[in-house]
Write a protein that binds this ligand. Sequence first.
Ligand code: GUN
Ligand code: ZN
Length: 426
Amino acid sequence: MRGFRAEILSVPHDPAAAGRDAIVHHGDGLLVEEDGLVVARGDFADLAPRFPGLPIAHFPGRLIVPGFIDAHVHYPQIDRIAAHGEQLLQWLERHIFPAEMAFADRAHADRVAAFFLDELLRNGTTSALVFATVHEGSVDALFEAACQRRMRIISGKVLMDLGPEGLRDTPATGRAESEALIARWRGRGRLGYAVTPRFALTSSDAQLEMAGALLEAHPDALLHTHLSENRAEIEAVAARFTAAADYLDVYDRFGLVGARSVFAHGVHLCARERDRLRASGAGIAHCPTSNLFLGSGLCDLAGLADIKLGLGSDIGAGTTLSLLATMGEAYRVAQLRGQSLDPFRALHLATAGGARLLGIADRVGALEPGQEADFVVLDPRATPLLARRSQGASLADLLFLLQILGDDRAIAATYVMGACAWVRGG
Ligand code: GUN
Ligand code: ZN
Protein backbone atom coordinates (compact mmCIF):
# COMPACT_ATOMS: atom_id res chain seq x y z
CA MET A 1 0.00 0.00 0.00
CA ARG A 2 1.26 3.46 -0.92
CA GLY A 3 0.09 7.06 -0.67
CA PHE A 4 0.47 10.01 -3.02
CA ARG A 5 0.11 13.48 -1.52
CA ALA A 6 -0.61 16.51 -3.74
CA GLU A 7 -3.47 18.70 -4.86
CA ILE A 8 -5.97 16.23 -6.41
CA LEU A 9 -8.62 17.01 -9.03
CA SER A 10 -11.09 14.70 -10.73
CA VAL A 11 -14.22 15.48 -12.78
CA PRO A 12 -16.34 12.30 -12.64
CA HIS A 13 -19.49 13.97 -14.03
CA ASP A 14 -20.11 16.36 -16.91
CA PRO A 15 -20.10 19.93 -15.54
CA ALA A 16 -22.47 20.89 -18.39
CA ALA A 17 -25.12 18.86 -16.56
CA ALA A 18 -23.91 18.66 -12.95
CA GLY A 19 -22.24 22.07 -12.44
CA ARG A 20 -19.82 22.31 -9.51
CA ASP A 21 -21.10 18.96 -8.17
CA ALA A 22 -19.25 17.37 -11.09
CA ILE A 23 -15.90 18.17 -9.51
CA VAL A 24 -13.90 16.43 -6.78
CA HIS A 25 -11.06 18.59 -5.43
CA HIS A 26 -8.66 18.26 -2.52
CA GLY A 27 -6.26 21.21 -2.12
CA ASP A 28 -3.94 19.07 0.01
CA GLY A 29 -5.05 15.58 -0.96
CA LEU A 30 -4.03 11.99 -0.42
CA LEU A 31 -4.52 9.15 -2.86
CA VAL A 32 -4.05 5.69 -1.35
CA GLU A 33 -3.24 2.80 -3.70
CA GLU A 34 -2.94 -0.94 -3.14
CA ASP A 35 -2.38 -3.68 -5.75
CA GLY A 36 -2.93 -1.16 -8.56
CA LEU A 37 -6.28 0.08 -7.29
CA VAL A 38 -7.40 3.24 -5.53
CA VAL A 39 -8.19 2.37 -1.93
CA ALA A 40 -9.07 5.84 -0.68
CA ARG A 41 -8.93 9.46 -1.78
CA GLY A 42 -9.53 12.56 0.31
CA ASP A 43 -8.06 15.47 2.25
CA PHE A 44 -4.62 14.59 3.58
CA ALA A 45 -5.49 15.80 7.09
CA ASP A 46 -8.57 13.53 7.28
CA LEU A 47 -7.18 10.49 5.54
CA ALA A 48 -3.56 10.21 6.71
CA PRO A 49 -4.44 9.22 10.32
CA ARG A 50 -6.43 6.24 8.97
CA PHE A 51 -3.25 4.82 7.39
CA PRO A 52 -0.49 4.96 10.03
CA GLY A 53 2.93 4.06 8.68
CA LEU A 54 1.81 4.47 5.07
CA PRO A 55 4.76 5.27 2.78
CA ILE A 56 3.83 8.54 1.07
CA ALA A 57 5.28 10.20 -2.03
CA HIS A 58 4.77 13.96 -1.67
CA PHE A 59 4.43 16.22 -4.72
CA PRO A 60 4.17 19.77 -3.32
CA GLY A 61 2.93 22.32 -5.86
CA ARG A 62 1.81 19.58 -8.25
CA LEU A 63 -1.67 18.54 -9.34
CA ILE A 64 -2.78 14.90 -9.61
CA VAL A 65 -5.53 14.17 -12.16
CA PRO A 66 -6.80 10.89 -13.63
CA GLY A 67 -4.73 9.42 -16.48
CA PHE A 68 -5.91 10.82 -19.80
CA ILE A 69 -8.05 8.74 -22.16
CA ASP A 70 -7.48 9.21 -25.88
CA ALA A 71 -10.83 8.25 -27.40
CA HIS A 72 -9.61 8.07 -31.01
CA VAL A 73 -6.07 7.67 -32.35
CA HIS A 74 -4.30 5.75 -35.15
CA TYR A 75 -0.99 4.29 -33.97
CA PRO A 76 0.26 3.38 -37.48
CA GLN A 77 -0.02 7.03 -38.50
CA ILE A 78 2.43 8.42 -35.92
CA ASP A 79 5.16 8.65 -38.58
CA ARG A 80 2.88 10.64 -40.92
CA ILE A 81 1.95 13.41 -38.49
CA ALA A 82 2.27 16.87 -40.13
CA ALA A 83 1.86 15.68 -43.73
CA HIS A 84 1.37 18.86 -45.73
CA GLY A 85 -1.29 20.06 -48.06
CA GLU A 86 -4.41 17.88 -48.37
CA GLN A 87 -7.89 17.37 -47.01
CA LEU A 88 -9.22 14.01 -45.86
CA LEU A 89 -9.72 11.88 -48.97
CA GLN A 90 -6.55 13.01 -50.80
CA TRP A 91 -4.57 12.91 -47.53
CA LEU A 92 -5.58 9.27 -47.03
CA GLU A 93 -4.52 8.31 -50.57
CA ARG A 94 -1.28 10.25 -50.62
CA HIS A 95 0.08 9.91 -47.11
CA ILE A 96 -1.82 7.40 -45.01
CA PHE A 97 -2.52 4.33 -47.11
CA PRO A 98 1.15 4.01 -48.18
CA ALA A 99 2.24 4.29 -44.52
CA GLU A 100 -0.26 1.66 -43.39
CA MET A 101 0.93 -0.84 -46.02
CA ALA A 102 4.24 -1.10 -44.13
CA PHE A 103 2.37 -2.81 -41.24
CA ALA A 104 2.28 -6.06 -43.17
CA ASP A 105 5.74 -6.37 -41.60
CA ARG A 106 5.32 -7.45 -37.97
CA ALA A 107 8.75 -6.17 -36.91
CA HIS A 108 7.83 -2.68 -38.19
CA ALA A 109 4.53 -2.85 -36.31
CA ASP A 110 6.35 -3.85 -33.10
CA ARG A 111 8.74 -0.89 -33.36
CA VAL A 112 6.00 1.65 -34.03
CA ALA A 113 3.70 0.24 -31.32
CA ALA A 114 6.46 0.52 -28.71
CA PHE A 115 7.29 4.11 -29.68
CA PHE A 116 3.60 5.07 -29.81
CA LEU A 117 2.74 3.69 -26.36
CA ASP A 118 5.82 5.27 -24.78
CA GLU A 119 4.74 8.60 -26.29
CA LEU A 120 1.24 8.16 -24.85
CA LEU A 121 2.73 7.65 -21.38
CA ARG A 122 5.05 10.65 -21.78
CA ASN A 123 1.93 12.70 -22.56
CA GLY A 124 -0.04 11.41 -19.57
CA THR A 125 -2.34 9.11 -21.56
CA THR A 126 -2.96 5.76 -19.89
CA SER A 127 -5.99 4.46 -21.84
CA ALA A 128 -6.86 4.72 -25.52
CA LEU A 129 -9.16 3.51 -28.28
CA VAL A 130 -6.75 2.87 -31.12
CA PHE A 131 -6.99 2.20 -34.86
CA ALA A 132 -4.44 -0.37 -36.05
CA THR A 133 -4.30 -1.34 -39.76
CA VAL A 134 -5.99 -3.99 -41.89
CA HIS A 135 -3.23 -6.43 -40.89
CA GLU A 136 -3.99 -8.86 -38.06
CA GLY A 137 -0.36 -8.61 -36.87
CA SER A 138 -0.70 -4.84 -36.37
CA VAL A 139 -3.15 -5.55 -33.54
CA ASP A 140 -0.98 -8.31 -32.04
CA ALA A 141 1.94 -5.85 -31.99
CA LEU A 142 -0.07 -3.16 -30.22
CA PHE A 143 -1.71 -5.54 -27.70
CA GLU A 144 1.60 -7.16 -26.84
CA ALA A 145 3.28 -3.79 -26.25
CA ALA A 146 0.27 -2.60 -24.21
CA CYS A 147 0.39 -5.71 -22.02
CA GLN A 148 4.07 -5.11 -21.30
CA ARG A 149 3.19 -1.58 -20.14
CA ARG A 150 -0.02 -2.66 -18.35
CA MET A 151 -1.96 -0.02 -20.29
CA ARG A 152 -5.70 -0.06 -20.93
CA ILE A 153 -5.87 -0.24 -24.72
CA ILE A 154 -8.85 -1.05 -26.94
CA SER A 155 -8.19 -1.83 -30.60
CA GLY A 156 -9.13 -4.05 -33.50
CA LYS A 157 -8.16 -5.07 -36.98
CA VAL A 158 -9.35 -2.51 -39.54
CA LEU A 159 -12.00 -3.82 -41.92
CA MET A 160 -11.60 -2.33 -45.43
CA ASP A 161 -12.42 -4.66 -48.30
CA LEU A 162 -12.83 -1.64 -50.63
CA GLY A 163 -9.46 -0.21 -49.62
CA PRO A 164 -6.63 0.41 -52.08
CA GLU A 165 -4.66 -2.41 -53.65
CA GLY A 166 -2.38 -3.88 -51.00
CA LEU A 167 -4.53 -2.71 -48.10
CA ARG A 168 -7.67 -4.76 -48.62
CA ASP A 169 -9.29 -7.67 -46.85
CA THR A 170 -12.53 -9.47 -47.69
CA PRO A 171 -15.68 -9.96 -45.62
CA ALA A 172 -14.55 -13.54 -44.93
CA THR A 173 -10.91 -12.81 -43.99
CA GLY A 174 -12.03 -9.72 -42.05
CA ARG A 175 -14.33 -11.88 -39.98
CA ALA A 176 -11.88 -14.75 -39.49
CA GLU A 177 -9.02 -12.47 -38.46
CA SER A 178 -11.22 -10.44 -36.11
CA GLU A 179 -12.51 -13.64 -34.48
CA ALA A 180 -8.95 -14.96 -34.12
CA LEU A 181 -7.79 -11.74 -32.44
CA ILE A 182 -10.78 -11.72 -30.08
CA ALA A 183 -10.12 -15.35 -29.13
CA ARG A 184 -6.37 -14.78 -28.70
CA TRP A 185 -6.55 -11.62 -26.57
CA ARG A 186 -9.82 -11.90 -24.61
CA GLY A 187 -9.21 -11.49 -20.87
CA ARG A 188 -5.52 -10.66 -21.25
CA GLY A 189 -4.06 -7.63 -19.47
CA ARG A 190 -6.30 -4.58 -19.62
CA LEU A 191 -7.18 -4.99 -23.29
CA GLY A 192 -10.46 -4.67 -25.13
CA TYR A 193 -11.56 -5.37 -28.68
CA ALA A 194 -13.25 -2.97 -31.11
CA VAL A 195 -14.87 -4.05 -34.36
CA THR A 196 -13.29 -1.44 -36.66
CA PRO A 197 -14.65 -0.81 -40.15
CA ARG A 198 -12.49 2.12 -41.36
CA PHE A 199 -15.48 4.14 -42.59
CA ALA A 200 -18.49 3.57 -44.83
CA LEU A 201 -16.55 4.24 -48.04
CA THR A 202 -13.92 1.49 -47.58
CA SER A 203 -16.28 -1.40 -46.80
CA SER A 204 -18.72 -3.20 -49.07
CA ASP A 205 -22.30 -3.72 -47.92
CA ALA A 206 -21.38 -7.36 -47.28
CA GLN A 207 -18.51 -6.34 -45.00
CA LEU A 208 -20.60 -3.78 -43.09
CA GLU A 209 -23.20 -6.50 -42.57
CA MET A 210 -20.48 -8.83 -41.31
CA ALA A 211 -19.28 -6.11 -38.90
CA GLY A 212 -22.81 -5.94 -37.49
CA ALA A 213 -22.81 -9.71 -37.02
CA LEU A 214 -19.41 -9.59 -35.27
CA LEU A 215 -20.68 -6.91 -32.93
CA GLU A 216 -23.76 -8.95 -32.10
CA ALA A 217 -21.68 -12.09 -31.52
CA HIS A 218 -19.34 -10.28 -29.10
CA PRO A 219 -21.30 -8.27 -26.53
CA ASP A 220 -18.08 -7.07 -24.87
CA ALA A 221 -16.71 -5.51 -28.08
CA LEU A 222 -17.00 -1.88 -29.14
CA LEU A 223 -17.76 -0.54 -32.61
CA HIS A 224 -15.16 2.03 -33.69
CA THR A 225 -15.32 4.00 -36.94
CA HIS A 226 -15.39 7.48 -38.51
CA LEU A 227 -18.53 9.56 -39.06
CA SER A 228 -19.29 12.81 -40.85
CA GLU A 229 -15.82 14.32 -40.83
CA ASN A 230 -15.39 16.03 -44.21
CA ARG A 231 -17.85 17.48 -46.77
CA ALA A 232 -16.49 15.53 -49.76
CA GLU A 233 -16.60 12.32 -47.70
CA ILE A 234 -20.24 12.96 -46.77
CA GLU A 235 -21.16 13.60 -50.42
CA ALA A 236 -19.50 10.35 -51.48
CA VAL A 237 -21.40 8.45 -48.77
CA ALA A 238 -24.69 10.01 -49.88
CA ALA A 239 -23.95 9.14 -53.52
CA ARG A 240 -23.27 5.47 -52.73
CA PHE A 241 -25.94 4.81 -50.09
CA THR A 242 -28.94 6.43 -51.77
CA ALA A 243 -31.50 4.67 -49.57
CA ALA A 244 -29.96 5.92 -46.30
CA ALA A 245 -31.41 9.01 -44.62
CA ASP A 246 -27.93 10.33 -43.75
CA TYR A 247 -24.40 9.14 -42.90
CA LEU A 248 -25.28 7.70 -39.47
CA ASP A 249 -28.22 5.85 -41.03
CA VAL A 250 -25.76 3.95 -43.25
CA TYR A 251 -24.20 2.44 -40.13
CA ASP A 252 -27.61 1.98 -38.52
CA ARG A 253 -28.84 -0.15 -41.40
CA PHE A 254 -26.05 -2.63 -40.69
CA GLY A 255 -26.67 -2.80 -36.92
CA LEU A 256 -23.64 -0.65 -36.08
CA VAL A 257 -25.33 2.06 -33.99
CA GLY A 258 -25.81 1.33 -30.30
CA ALA A 259 -24.50 1.96 -26.80
CA ARG A 260 -21.14 0.38 -27.65
CA SER A 261 -20.54 2.52 -30.75
CA VAL A 262 -17.79 5.16 -30.85
CA PHE A 263 -17.79 7.47 -33.85
CA ALA A 264 -14.84 9.75 -34.48
CA HIS A 265 -15.57 13.37 -35.50
CA GLY A 266 -19.30 13.99 -36.11
CA VAL A 267 -18.43 17.46 -37.41
CA HIS A 268 -21.34 17.93 -39.83
CA LEU A 269 -24.23 16.04 -38.22
CA CYS A 270 -27.86 16.88 -38.93
CA ALA A 271 -30.54 17.06 -36.24
CA ARG A 272 -31.79 13.54 -37.00
CA GLU A 273 -28.32 12.08 -36.57
CA ARG A 274 -27.85 13.84 -33.25
CA ASP A 275 -31.23 12.59 -32.03
CA ARG A 276 -30.37 9.06 -33.08
CA LEU A 277 -26.97 9.17 -31.36
CA ARG A 278 -28.65 10.40 -28.17
CA ALA A 279 -31.40 7.78 -28.26
CA SER A 280 -29.08 4.88 -29.10
CA GLY A 281 -26.44 5.67 -26.47
CA ALA A 282 -23.71 5.90 -29.11
CA GLY A 283 -21.09 8.60 -28.73
CA ILE A 284 -18.64 10.91 -30.45
CA ALA A 285 -14.87 11.21 -30.08
CA HIS A 286 -14.23 14.92 -30.66
CA CYS A 287 -10.91 15.47 -32.43
CA PRO A 288 -10.29 19.23 -32.60
CA THR A 289 -6.64 19.26 -33.74
CA SER A 290 -7.45 16.85 -36.57
CA ASN A 291 -10.51 18.81 -37.68
CA LEU A 292 -8.42 21.98 -37.86
CA PHE A 293 -5.40 20.34 -39.52
CA LEU A 294 -7.40 18.64 -42.31
CA GLY A 295 -9.72 21.65 -42.62
CA SER A 296 -12.66 19.34 -41.87
CA GLY A 297 -14.74 21.85 -39.94
CA LEU A 298 -15.71 23.04 -36.48
CA CYS A 299 -17.53 20.43 -34.40
CA ASP A 300 -20.65 21.78 -32.68
CA LEU A 301 -20.07 20.59 -29.08
CA ALA A 302 -23.12 22.45 -27.79
CA GLY A 303 -25.25 20.61 -30.35
CA LEU A 304 -24.02 17.31 -28.92
CA ALA A 305 -25.62 17.89 -25.50
CA ASP A 306 -26.66 14.65 -23.78
CA ILE A 307 -24.61 12.59 -26.24
CA LYS A 308 -21.64 10.60 -24.89
CA LEU A 309 -18.44 12.51 -25.64
CA GLY A 310 -14.72 11.95 -25.40
CA LEU A 311 -11.62 13.67 -26.73
CA GLY A 312 -9.35 12.16 -29.40
CA SER A 313 -5.93 13.14 -30.68
CA ASP A 314 -6.63 11.39 -34.02
CA ILE A 315 -2.93 11.16 -34.83
CA GLY A 316 -1.80 11.36 -37.69
CA ALA A 317 -4.50 13.86 -38.81
CA GLY A 318 -4.26 15.34 -35.34
CA THR A 319 -1.24 17.42 -34.50
CA THR A 320 -0.39 16.39 -30.94
CA LEU A 321 -0.61 13.32 -28.69
CA SER A 322 -0.97 15.66 -25.72
CA LEU A 323 -4.54 15.64 -24.45
CA LEU A 324 -3.72 18.79 -22.44
CA ALA A 325 -3.00 20.58 -25.74
CA THR A 326 -6.05 18.89 -27.30
CA MET A 327 -8.24 20.32 -24.51
CA GLY A 328 -6.84 23.75 -25.41
CA GLU A 329 -7.67 23.18 -29.09
CA ALA A 330 -11.20 22.07 -28.15
CA TYR A 331 -11.57 25.42 -26.40
CA ARG A 332 -10.41 27.29 -29.52
CA VAL A 333 -12.77 25.32 -31.79
CA ALA A 334 -15.66 26.09 -29.43
CA GLN A 335 -14.71 29.78 -29.54
CA LEU A 336 -14.92 29.75 -33.33
CA ARG A 337 -18.51 28.49 -32.95
CA GLY A 338 -19.36 31.17 -30.41
CA GLN A 339 -19.30 28.62 -27.58
CA SER A 340 -17.17 28.51 -24.45
CA LEU A 341 -15.71 25.23 -23.22
CA ASP A 342 -15.29 25.20 -19.44
CA PRO A 343 -11.83 23.87 -18.41
CA PHE A 344 -13.37 21.38 -15.96
CA ARG A 345 -15.60 20.08 -18.76
CA ALA A 346 -12.56 19.75 -21.02
CA LEU A 347 -10.81 17.67 -18.34
CA HIS A 348 -13.98 15.59 -17.92
CA LEU A 349 -14.03 14.83 -21.66
CA ALA A 350 -10.37 13.73 -21.52
CA THR A 351 -10.94 11.46 -18.49
CA ALA A 352 -14.30 10.23 -17.12
CA GLY A 353 -16.25 11.28 -20.23
CA GLY A 354 -13.89 9.32 -22.46
CA ALA A 355 -14.08 6.37 -20.06
CA ARG A 356 -17.88 6.34 -20.31
CA LEU A 357 -17.69 6.56 -24.10
CA LEU A 358 -15.32 3.58 -24.17
CA GLY A 359 -17.36 1.53 -21.68
CA ILE A 360 -14.56 1.50 -19.07
CA ALA A 361 -15.94 4.04 -16.58
CA ASP A 362 -16.19 1.39 -13.87
CA ARG A 363 -12.41 0.86 -14.11
CA VAL A 364 -10.78 4.24 -14.86
CA GLY A 365 -11.32 7.96 -15.38
CA ALA A 366 -12.18 9.43 -11.99
CA LEU A 367 -9.78 8.03 -9.35
CA GLU A 368 -12.75 6.72 -7.38
CA PRO A 369 -11.98 4.11 -4.71
CA GLY A 370 -12.05 0.71 -6.41
CA GLN A 371 -10.90 2.11 -9.75
CA GLU A 372 -7.50 1.41 -11.24
CA ALA A 373 -4.83 3.84 -10.05
CA ASP A 374 -3.92 5.44 -13.39
CA PHE A 375 -2.98 9.06 -12.81
CA VAL A 376 -0.88 11.96 -13.97
CA VAL A 377 1.19 14.36 -11.87
CA LEU A 378 0.92 17.77 -13.54
CA ASP A 379 3.49 20.52 -13.04
CA PRO A 380 1.85 23.97 -13.20
CA ARG A 381 5.35 25.51 -13.20
CA ALA A 382 6.68 23.41 -16.09
CA THR A 383 7.77 26.40 -18.16
CA PRO A 384 8.83 29.91 -17.13
CA LEU A 385 5.64 31.38 -18.60
CA LEU A 386 3.40 28.78 -16.89
CA ALA A 387 5.19 29.45 -13.60
CA ARG A 388 4.77 33.20 -13.97
CA ARG A 389 1.16 33.14 -15.14
CA SER A 390 -0.01 30.52 -12.62
CA GLN A 391 1.10 32.48 -9.55
CA GLY A 392 -1.95 32.98 -7.34
CA ALA A 393 -4.27 31.49 -10.00
CA SER A 394 -7.59 29.94 -8.97
CA LEU A 395 -8.06 26.23 -9.66
CA ALA A 396 -10.15 26.94 -12.77
CA ASP A 397 -7.55 29.40 -14.08
CA LEU A 398 -4.71 27.00 -13.33
CA LEU A 399 -6.43 24.18 -15.17
CA PHE A 400 -7.16 26.44 -18.14
CA LEU A 401 -3.54 27.62 -18.23
CA LEU A 402 -2.36 24.01 -18.35
CA GLN A 403 -4.70 23.42 -21.30
CA ILE A 404 -3.69 26.55 -23.24
CA LEU A 405 0.04 26.68 -22.42
CA GLY A 406 0.69 23.09 -21.39
CA ASP A 407 1.64 19.94 -23.28
CA ASP A 408 4.01 17.02 -22.63
CA ARG A 409 6.31 19.41 -20.74
CA ALA A 410 3.67 19.75 -18.01
CA ILE A 411 3.56 15.99 -17.34
CA ALA A 412 5.88 15.48 -14.35
CA ALA A 413 5.03 11.77 -14.04
CA THR A 414 2.55 9.17 -15.28
CA TYR A 415 1.39 6.27 -13.08
CA VAL A 416 -0.21 3.09 -14.40
CA MET A 417 -1.92 0.80 -11.88
CA GLY A 418 -0.15 2.70 -9.09
CA ALA A 419 3.32 2.19 -10.60
CA CYS A 420 5.43 4.93 -12.11
CA ALA A 421 5.40 4.39 -15.88
CA TRP A 422 7.14 7.61 -16.86
CA VAL A 423 8.86 10.41 -14.97
CA ARG A 424 10.18 13.64 -16.46
CA GLY A 425 13.94 13.81 -16.27
CA GLY A 426 13.99 10.29 -14.83
N1 GUN B 1 -11.58 8.39 -42.30
C1 GUN B 1 -11.24 7.18 -42.77
N2 GUN B 1 -9.97 6.86 -42.44
C2 GUN B 1 -9.50 7.89 -41.73
C3 GUN B 1 -8.24 8.16 -41.10
O1 GUN B 1 -7.31 7.37 -41.12
N3 GUN B 1 -8.14 9.36 -40.46
C4 GUN B 1 -9.15 10.26 -40.42
N4 GUN B 1 -8.98 11.41 -39.76
N5 GUN B 1 -10.33 10.04 -41.00
C5 GUN B 1 -10.51 8.86 -41.65
ZN1 ZN C 1 -9.32 8.82 -37.28
